[in-house]
Design a protein around this ligand. Structure first.
Ligand code: ADP
Ligand code: RBF
Ligand code: MG
Length: 395
């Protein structure tokens, strides 16, 4: 008997089309909305509270405006606020970044001829403006529906039922990908399978009605829904557009060395909060340069350190090399080239430790592949190996 992938990962249900939400699912709209609200509220002497972002995520512009007027006690009507915020936002449409995995997912489904619809609470003109900034997106959707084209937006099921109808498919033949709670409710009320990708951290426990909750689009497994699998995973790793980050190693404040027996060279999260917010929490790998020593293989976690209940994401590289001393304060540079898995909760420390060692082995092996090994020579890692430019020594 052959062991196939589908046996390891049972098919949940066979679908033939996908309905995608836009804001928070394909686009990092929340970042821009927060920026605009921060500026706007400061004019009233108020301070935008990012922890209350859940009050607006997934709502129509008018509903979101109503929540803000109420939360911040603003001296204007919901309509006035909505108009002003919309004007400020409309200058920013093209600054909204695609979320990690969004381009990959759209290309994949389009490439395999899977019909796609876009169903968003956002008004149709705003949807068109936003997606026009992303080459290839508009043509990929056979159906686009805005919140102003149905009687009631999400959580009403109407928008998803209408999307299925216009795709000429039964709702039961569709799969919805959604980040927001109202969106998940709408999808389930329409009798459609829903994969939730919560855009706010640590919210997955609220998404019990979703058929699956994933950490980011990178973790979507289309084959679970009878759709063509992604073919870009290589030896347990997913190549990503490389990103670079560096700074001094700060005094560890984790449980790495002490509890897990796995030291992690912490970087200050403060300087990179925005950078880290663009990357889903999880396990990544790449190359790490220590200013005075050399370049090493590295596996790392990005996440919310459960031990200290941090509010900021932490970045914790484990250098796959035996050092006989600490290197606090030393300059460290990372080229992050691949993704392995989402951050997970483990039932025991032993199982966590085992998994981290497995992550390490996967990384060591993968970094030998030309696809990843070439970044060892990346100029970013070379440049400061011998101190700053003014004091450079011959190699
Ligand atoms: P943590 O609990 O986060 O691991 P510690 O400060 O106790 O924090 O230990 C981390 C320190 O261990 C690093 O800052 C670094 O100086 C040192 N270290 C030694 N070997 C390694 C390694 N292989 N990878 C990362 N850090 C290492
Ligand atoms: N901790 C978790 O609770 N879940 C994880 O999935 C997880 N994955 C990790 C992967 C790697 C490669 C490393 C180095 C650590 C991981 N950790 C994980 C440990 C987490 O980062 C740990 O709580 C901190 O190291 C504490 O400082
Ligand atoms: Mg959304």
């Amino acid at each position: 008997m052959f062991i196939t992938k589908s046996m390891a990962m049972p098919i949940r249900k066979l679908v033939s089309c996908v309905i995608l939400d836009l804001d928070g699912t394909l686009l990092n709209t929340d970042g821009i909305v927060s920026d605009v609200l921060r500026v706007y509220l400061s004019k009233f002497g108020k301070q935008w509270d990012g922890r209350r972002a859940h009050r607006i995520v997934g709502k129509t512009p008018l509903e979101a405006a109503a929540a803000i007027v109420e939360d911040y006690g603003l001296p204007l009507s919901t309509d006035e606020l909505s108009t002003e915020i919309t004007t400020m936002l409309s200058d920013q449409w093209c600054n909204i970044k695609a979320l990690p995995g969004a381009n990959r997912l759209i290309k994949h489904l389009k490439g395999h001829g899977v019909p796609m619809a876009l169903a968003s609470n956002s008004p149709r003109v705003n949807i068109e403006a936003k997606i026009s900034c992303h080459p290839g997106w508009k043509e990929s959707f056979s159906v686009i529906i805005g919140g102003d084209e149905v009687k009631a937006g999400k959580p009403s099921p109407e928008i998803f039922l209408e999307a299925a109808k216009r795709l000429n498919l039964e709702p039961s033949n569709c799969l919805i990908v959604e980040d927001s709670l109202p969106g998940v409710m709408a999808g389930k009320a329409a009798g459609i399978e829903v994969v939730a990708v919560p855009s706010l951290p640590k919210q997955s426990h609220l998404y019990t009605s979703a058929d699956e909750v994933i950490n980011s689009l990178l973790d979507l497994r289309p084959e679970m829904w009878g759709l063509p699998p992604f073919e870009d995973w290589i030896e347990g790793t997913l190549p990503i557009e490389p990103w670079y980050i560096g700074g001094p190693v700060i005094k560890g404040f984790g449980r790495g060395s002490k509890v897990l027996g796995i030291p992690t060279a912490n970087l200050s999260a403060e300087g990179y909060a925005e950078f880290l917010s663009e990357h889903p929490s999880g396990v990544y790998f790449g190359w790490c340069q220590l200013s005075t020593r050399g370049v090493y293989k590295m596996v790392m976690s990005i996440g919310w350190n459960p031990y200290f209940n941090n509010t900021e994401k932490t970045i914790e590289p484990w250098l796959l090399h035996d050092f006989d001393e600490d290197f606090y304060g030393e300059e460290l540079r990372l080229a992050i080239v691949g993704y392995i898995r989402a951050e997970a909760n483990f039932p025991s420390l032993e199982s966590l430790i085992e998994k981290i060692h497995e992550d390490g082995k996967i990384s060591e092996r993968a970094l030998e592949l030309p696809l990843y090994s070439k970044y060892r020579d990346d100029p970013y890692l070379k440049s400061s190996l011998h101190g700053d430019k003014n004091h450079s020594q011959p190699v």
